[in-house]
Design a protein around this ligand. Sequence first.
Ligand code: AHR
Length: 519
Amino acid sequence: MKKIRVVKNSLLALAMLASAPVFAAVTININPAKPGAVINKNVYGQFAEHLGTGIYEGLWVGPGSTIPNTKGWRNDVVAALKDMHVPLVRWPGGCFADEYHWKDGIGARAKRPVKVNTNWGGVEENNAVGTHEFFDLVELLGADAYVNGNLGTGTAQEMSEWLEYMTSNSKSTLANLRRKNGRGKPFKVDFFAIGNEAWGCGGNMTPEHYVNLYKNYETFLRAPAEFRPKMIASGGNGWDADAKWTDVLSKNLKNQTTGISFHYYTMPTGEWGVKGAATGFAEPEWISTLANTMKIDAMIKNNVAKLDKNDPEKKIGFLVDEWGTWYDAEKGTNPGFLYQQNTLRDALVAALNFNIFHAHADRVTMTNIAQMVNVLQAMILTDKDRMLLTPTYHAYKMYVPFQDATSLPVALSDNVEYKVGAVGIPGISASAARAKDGKLYLAIVNTNPNEASDVAVNVAGQQVSGVSGQVLTAAAMDAHNTFTQKDAVKPAPFAAKAADGKLRLKIPAKAVVVVAVDR
Ligand code: AHR
């Protein structure tokens, strides 16, 4: 494929180049003297909806199951998720949230009503997982809780009562009902969203109509100060070219919201009809998927411009609370279950998004990949008592040092363009941060599936002795893990030493590298 050198004309790059070693390579210039915003750990948040086998089977097997579990949650899956430091889980939807009535999910499980999951496959929803079970999960994970309220088919009273049930410390009837159901102290609801996708499955509204409803519902969402969640408004999506939802919401909801959500899904074709396959794809679908996912950078800029105009004090976060790849349904699966394989391509999609989110750390303070287990771009796939870790899981785990790290400006010079036909994307994407352990971490993605890339690393004002960390790559673009070959794609050690004070790395083709930079 064609390789074209692109010089980024940035003042920072030019200033840093003056002191940089000269290599026939892409140069990553890191400036530790100009730290940016902290990368909120919740940028690495997850989404778990009542959809397909995402919750039932994938996570929840029930306390009576022969699959080892704690309070009904599978031990193997929970342990793996803890190991990748899941900071936050959003629940119960998605589209499901706007038809979810919380009272169906409390009390004796055998007596809970059975409903139809109208959004996802028309299957029976027995409400075995409800409020108490969800909080058991987040407490097992040590994660923050993000509860999504029902604006579409619920009332302000129902939403207000759910919040009272979860957070009240009083002797009210609802708080006592919570106690009777086994929970003495209030639940810690970190975030609470008023509706989901109000422009679509959440009610097909205009942003103006939603703003009025939001104000109405938010007025009645009362909670003691120490238990009051951060309120989230349901915003727009990647197809809202004028960022109208963000504009209208941020103009009208000042001091009434801490964040406006945004959804963007990556499809190889960019079309909802035929999206493209999860495996068995050719190079044009490799590059189109990466190119489509990188469009989120322009979308964030477009939306953040509205926020900067309407909220210059930066009180409102831009929360990408659904993102990831969405492929055609796997053959033989229920199309309403959104089950898909997950390949090395998905790991690169994740890493490219992380690098973009880091660059917008001042506004993008939360993101939730869709979804945690067995649905869309999952971390984990399960089959009865078996489970496997996907390439996306490995990307998340490699990036753990970036949680709550301080972002550092990165400028790339002499980046190469990776091009297939009319589609071209940067060959190298990079991000750097000073982590909580005091070390400088560098993440690099080589988008080219055919050629390794020589990368010079220049840390302004510092001598570096080398790097050590991990690389994730594989022989095939669609390499993936199966229940018989669980480790076909997994990280390997990656290290390099500086020579003559110069650090040069060979980044393999189609790879994600995360390293600590040693002085
Ligand atoms: O993640 C699957 C679905 O995608 C969610 O339920 C919905 O919010 C979005 O359209």
